[in-house]
Design a protein around this ligand. Structure first.
Ligand SMILES: Cc1ncc(COP(=O)(O)O)c(C=O)c1O
Length: 379
């Protein structure tokens, strides 16, 4: 399959392309606080520095180095290195996998709101796509009955993302298990974007990885979010359908071919110390949340705050009379604080509340950004 329809602008990237590096305060960052190369190498010890120093800058295997695939597989219970295909970010993985999985005549269900490429690439394949809206009135819960009602004989794919971007929602474990079983029974691929997994402050909320749970599921992951290392551009798919991975490896020959060698070495080091890095990032979120709680408690007339259930973004309500779009635009233009208004997460498939904005809680020292926001509110 290939794309039957043109891809629309990626609204989030267009907006961040304008503001991410131009504005003073990036208060909507979707990733955890990053590490420097020096900090990462220090975690790896002298052997890590030697490995990087001695690295030749040739091509790598398209699948990813064996060391990296093994380090990735070690983060799963059942998945082995042979079940892992490495990509340039989660973005490249999703771009090819969605095209491989569905096309004209197929039906797919995508959870809304979500990361735009999941919806836009799936729609552009020419497949029929239904949106399943998470319910804001029920803590953004996934309604499994509503999902089951959307399924058709030609449904090939159900795409979910927990912890969710932008809402910070996490499905409850029983619902997630029932979802995996439902998809497996019907021969539907559960396409599970797990890029925020590991940032849940309550460990009881950490879901199993879909590719461990089910032979027909695909887990999407990346170094960018829970590990805070988006500059590595190392992502992957984990899936026990090896024939599918072989087809996707052929597709990758037409885009990145392979990742950058230094990135794979650094990603391997990071994954070997993954528990420590995720614990560091959870501690940053845990330290930040009281600061955000206190800020929003001071401004209950303007905001209805909802901390994330997992991950490091959330999608609270803006209550001001001018509406969230005007608010976010004035805020970035006059005070240099970037937030993402609800329109960035608009969907053609299901309703997304129009009074929300995305805020990030994973970067250290949010106080100056919140002070600039507070001064703007006072002004
Ligand atoms: C839910 C989700 N999935 C996938 C991606 C893509 O990750 P990357 O840009 O690192 O490839 C993102 C990035 O924002 C995301 O938020």
């Amino acid at each position: 399959m290939t794309l039957a329809e043109p891809l629309p602008d990626f609204r989030l990237e267009v907006h961040l392309g304008r503001w991410e590096f131009a504005a003073r305060h990036h208060l909507t960052a979707s990733d955890a606080q990053t590490l420097s190369v020096g900090e990462l190498l220090a975690l790896g010890g002298p052997a890590a520095r030697e490995e990087l120093d001695g690295l030749g800058l040739g091509y790598l295997p398209t699948w990813g180095t064996q060391a990296l695939r093994e380090a990735i597989a070690a983060t799963y219970a059942v998945v082995s290195a042979e079940d892992v295909l490495v990509f340039a970010g989660a973005e490249e993985a999703m771009f090819w996998a969605l095209q491989e999985l569905v096309g004209p005549g197929d039906h797919a269900v995508v959870v809304v709101p979500g990361y735009q490429s999941t919806e836009s690439v799936t729609v552009a394949t020419g497949a029929e796509v239904s949106g399943l809206a998470l319910d804001p009135a029920a803590g953004w819960a996934l309604d499994l009955d509503a999902l089951a009602a959307l399924l058709r004989p030609e449904t090939r794919l159900v795409a979910v993302n927990f912890p969710n971007n932008p809402t910070g929602a996490v499905a409850d474990p029983a619902t997630f298990a029932a979802l995996a079983d439902l998809c497996a029974e019907r021969g539907i691929v559960l396409f599970s974007d797990e890029v925020y997994r590991g940032l849940e402050l309550d460990p009881a909320r950490t879901l199993p990885q879909a590719a461990d749970r089910s032979e027909t599921a695909i887990s999407v992951n990346v170094m960018s979010k829970a590990y805070g290392l988006p500059g590595l551009r190392v992502g992957w798919l984990a899936c026990r359908d090896r024939a599918l991975l072989e087809r996707l490896e052929r597709r990758k020959h037409y885009t990145s071919i392979c990742n950058a060698g230094p990135s794979e070495v650094l990603a391997t080091i990071a994954l070997r110390h993954g528990d420590a890095i995720r614990a560091r990032n959870r501690a940053i979120v845990a330290a930040n949340l009281p600061v955000f709680d206190a800020f929003f408690a001071r401004h209950e007339d303007r905001f209805a705050w909802e901390p994330p259930q997992g991950g490091c973004v959330s999608f609270p309500r803006y209550l001001g009379p001018e509406g969230v779009e005007a608010f976010c635009h004035a805020l970035v233009e006059r005070a240099g604080v970037v937030l993402l208004p609800a329109s960035i997460y608009a969907s053609d498939l299901a309703t997304v509340p129009a009074d929300r904005f995305r805020i990030g809680v994973g970067r250290r020292d949010p106080e100056p950004a919140l002070a600039a926001l507070e001064a703007f509110l006072a002004g």
